[in-house]
Design a protein around this ligand. Structure first.
Ligand code: FAD
Ligand code: NA7
Length: 495
């Protein structure tokens, strides 16, 4: 019998299993990946490594390189074979296949590293699908109904404790042709051929990030928005991101949903869609259609009833500090109800849970102020309250919004048009505590991560303003905000 069996070898499962083993537990981790409808499959490590954060950030970086090449001439660079002519982006071409191959090679290295890491941590890795037979018995099924692994390859293992960390997969809409003729984020990063003219359906951060890098790499890209972009994020910032994407070449099809997809004789996908308000119907052909309309947790096949584990309406597992409704079973990461779908959250939950069970720790994960960054062309980092949620929670009179619209120094020489933005939201009911942090600009992840500690420490605006800035940076904007929204003064900074 194992001390711990972890179902799911992604961000959360790997961190929990390795820490538990380090603390002396006998551990096994099961990981199994269903191929996508398109046929894409991948190795150990879960969503983040294979089809999430890692490839996404690398494609985003590739797109940023494109901008740098376009602007390099302004910084004095020229091609040595064309002396006297400033380097400019137009003479350059991006090769999808090379980028895809280099990124996939890096991912394969990571996959192998995870296998080696488990081995050296003395965690047993089982490449099989886990499901409950009873509260302490897991059926490990190495067959795959939709791929080439067939036959009877079922074994059973037992465990004193079980962690469920199975994550989720992208959803498809229930419309004709969706599964047959489209892809999701599970496929985009390993597409054999360049995506060409692409329709991205959905307007949350996965959709906008993918549309952003596709445009940046030179592919004509349209985003189909049902209601608003980046629902749940600060509206002001979300709209600025959209405006910037429009200015840098992404098209938006507003207030529309797809009705069906057909394959045309030339291989293109003909999308029929309608405006949700006027009900007017349209058609347009694309080379690639990608859905990013939300993700569903992989709880269906776990046979959770046999273990007494209850799920919420969204099919995610109810948890209280990672505990489920069964006393010896835990759930964490994307599969847990109301837990932010972010890799560092899953990792921290796994690590701290293992320390609580097999170490002496009593520390719980604080999900109140989780920083996050959206890697759209204009990157966006945020922590805490959006302006709308702050107003709804504390009342408009009790909050103050400090903001500034600025041009980073590095944009000035090449005359880049994107405007960056900084915003702090302060709560007057609580000693002028900073309760919302919003930054739109280069290196948003690095900037936001740095300020996250100050945010979690609960600094007041006065304490925040005591910090001396680093010049010349964009981050210094966050410690020199003086203009309030209420004043009506233009947030645009000059000089
Ligand atoms: P996962 O990483 O999904 O791992 C679950 C594993 O369990 C998978 O390998 C799955 O195949 C396996 N599994 C499922 N069912 C079973 C079963 N029955 N038996 C055995 N194995 C099973 N987060 C960030 O923090 N930053 C980002 O920039 C970011 N970008 C993203 C971009 C995209 C396109 C996507 C899709 C996600 C992104 N995320 C990002 C979210 C991040 O990837 C997830 O929050 C994180 O991977 C969740 O970890 P997890 O351990 O809960 O699940
Ligand atoms: P989200 O965050 O659940 O957003 C889904 C988006 O797709 C959102 O813009 C929805 O519009 C839109 N949507 C949902 N259903 C449809 C249909 N049927 N047609 C058109 N548009 C639709 O999903 P993501 O995949 O972007 O990200 C999920 C998480 O994974 C994310 O939090 C990351 O951390 C990792 P709406 O606003 O509802 O009108």
């Amino acid at each position: 019998m194992y001390d711990l069996v972890v179902i799911g070898g992604g961000s959360g499962g790997l961190s929990a299993s390795k820490e538990a083993a380090r603390l002396g537990a006998k551990v096994a981790v099961l990981d199994f990946v269903y191929p996508t409808f398109y046929g894409t499959r991948w190795g150990l490590g879960g969503t983040c490594v294979n089809v999430g954060c890692i490839p996404k950030k690398l494609y985003h970086t590739a797109a940023i390189f494109g901008h740098h090449i376009e602007e390099a001439g302004h910084y004095g660079w020229e091609d040595s074979s064309r002396p006297g002519i400033p380097l400019e982006g137009k003479g350059h071409k991006h090769v999808w296949e090379r980028l895809r191959e280099n990124i996939q090679n890096h991912i394969h290295e990571l996959n192998n590293g995870y296998i080696t890491g488990l081995r050296s941590a003395k965690v047993q890795y089982i490449n099989a699908r886990g499901s409950f037979k009873d509260p302490h018995t897991i059926i490990c099924d190495a067959t795959c109904p939709t791929c080439d692994v067939v036959g009877d390859r079922k074994t059973e293992i037992t465990a004193r404790r079980i962690i469920i960390a199975v994550g989720g997969r992208p959803q498809y809409p229930k419309i004709p042709g969706a599964k047959e003729y489209s892809i999701t984020s599970d496929d985009i990063f390993s597409l054999q051929n360049p995506p060409g003219k692409t329709l991205v359906v959905g307007a949350s951060y996965i959709a906008l990030e993918c549309a952003g890098f596709l445009t940046g790499l030179g592919y004509e890209t349209k985003v189909m928005v049902r209601s608003v972009v980046l629902r749940g994020f600060d509206r002001d910032c979300a709209e600025r991101i959209k405006d910037d994407m429009i200015n840098t070449g992404t098209n938006f099809i507003e207030s529309c949903i797809p009705l069906g997809i057909e394959l045309l004789p030339d291989g293109k996908r003909l999308v029929t869609y309608e405006n949700v308000n006027s009900k007017e119907k349209f058609q347009e052909a694309f080379d690639t259609v990608m859905f990013a309309i939300g993700r569903e947790p992989l709880t269906k096949e776990l046979n959770l009833e046999a273990a007494g584990v209850k799920v919420a309406e969204d099919k995610k597992i109810w948890t209280w500090n990672e505990r489920t409704t069964a006393p010896h079973i835990y759930a964490l990461g994307d599969v847990a109800h109301k837990v932010p779908e972010l890799t560092p959250v899953a990792i921290k939950q796994g690590l701290m849970l293992a320390k609580r069970i097999w170490g002496n720790s009593k520390l719980l994960v604080n999900l109140d102020h989780v920083p996050t960054t959206v890697f759209t062309p204009l990157e966006y980092g945020s922590i805490g309250f959006s302006e709308e949620r702050a107003i709804a929670t504390f009342g408009e009179d009790n909050i103050e919004v400090y903001h500034s619209e600025f041009t980073p120094l590095e944009y000035t020489v090449p005359h880049r048009r994107s405007r960056c933005y900084a915003k702090l939201i302060v709560n007057y009911l609580d000693k002028q505590r900073v309760i919302g942090f919003h930054y739109l600009g280069p290196n948003a992840g690095e900037v936001t991560q740095g300020f996250a500690s100050a945010f979690v420490a609960g600094l007041s605006l006065d304490e925040w303003n005591l910090v001396v800035g680093i010049h010349p940076t964009c981050a210094e904007e966050m410690v020199s905000l003086r203009r309030t929204k209420r004043s009506g003064l233009d947030p645009k900074k000059s000089g």
